[in-house]
Write a protein that binds this ligand. Structure first.
Ligand code: MN
Length: 202
């Protein structure tokens, strides 16, 4: 049986080894090539022949959020979206932000060090699977965490960056040490120009 081609797996925005040593090529290969791909293929099967076939991913997510009978569609649509957003939230090099984002982190968190502590804490304390996020909401930057597939834009918050804290994101490289994975990602991989673009469109 041919897989549906409604949505397709976007290529990674960098080679699989680009995020080493923080995230190995092996992890990225499984995470993108198996996990992300499966969310998209499952979504395609679920929406084939329904009204969602002609919808954007964002509208499917918004329309199915919080509806018990649409939970499977929501979970697979949101995970498809979250992973593409996550790949773009990372880049080789990372480091501290400059410019408008740095100014806003100073204003809204009292500096980069406090922001970093807050994001790491959200990622580590998310019980079970989920995501840590930097979002813009009500003119301010905020750190939030979501469980499983949940995504902040259904609550009117604009995502700027995310970190996947599902075990599949780090287990091959860090085993149970989620805190070490999160700290390395924040220090070395965050793509602040992507955050700046998202802020400009907020
Ligand atoms: Mn994941």
């Amino acid at each position: 049986m041919l897989a549906s081609t409604l949505f397709s797996l976007p290529p990674l925005p960098y080679p699989e080894n680009a995020l080493e040593p923080v995230i190995s090529a092996n992890t990225l290969s499984f995470h993108h090539g198996k996990h992300h791909k499966t969310y998209i293929e499952t979504l395609n099967k679920l929406i084939k022949g329904t009204d969602y076939e002609s919808s954007s991913l964002e509208s499917i997510i918004t329309e199915t959020a919080g509806k018990a009978d649409k939970m499977q569609v929501f979970n697979n649509a949101a995970q498809s979206w979250n992973h593409t957003f996550f790949w773009n939230s990372l880049k080789r090099g990372g480091g501290k932000p400059t410019g408008i984002i740095a100014q806003k982190l100073d204003a809204d968190f009292g500096g980069y060090a406090n922001f970093k502590k807050e994001l790491a804490n959200a990622c580590v304390t998310q019980f079970g699977s989920g995501w840590g996020w930097l979002v813009a909401a009500g003119g301010k930057l905020k750190v939030v965490k979501t469980g499983n597939a949940d995504v902040p834009f259904v609550k009117g918050q604009t995502p700027l960056l995310t970190i996947d804290v599902w075990e599949h994101a780090y287990y091959l490289d860090y085993q149970n040490r989620r805190a070490d994975y999160v700290e390395a990602v924040i220090d070395k991989l965050l793509n602040w120009s992507f955050a700046e673009e998202n802020l400009a469109n907020a």
